[in-house]
Write a protein that binds this ligand. Structure first.
Ligand SMILES: [Zn+2]
Length: 57
């Protein structure tokens, strides 16, 4: 989902993974170790994608 939007992943602190858009202006921290993304995290991800217009012409 995030990667298809041009977001890249990088190791975060502890059990979190950091997703950042191409410019790095928009980031979202996602907990790892879960098989599924919780609704709250999913909402954060969707919001990050929605506000990010980097890389879109
Ligand atoms: Zn962005």
């Amino acid at each position: 989902m995030l990667k298809s939007e041009g977001f890249t992943t990088r190791p975060g602190k502890g059990s979190h993974e950091m997703f950042a858009c191409p410019s790095g202006a928009h980031k979202v921290s996602v907990p790892t170790g879960h098989k599924t993304i919780s609704p709250a995290v999913h909402a954060m991800v969707v919001k990050a994608i929605a506000v990010c217009d980097c890389g879109k012409d």
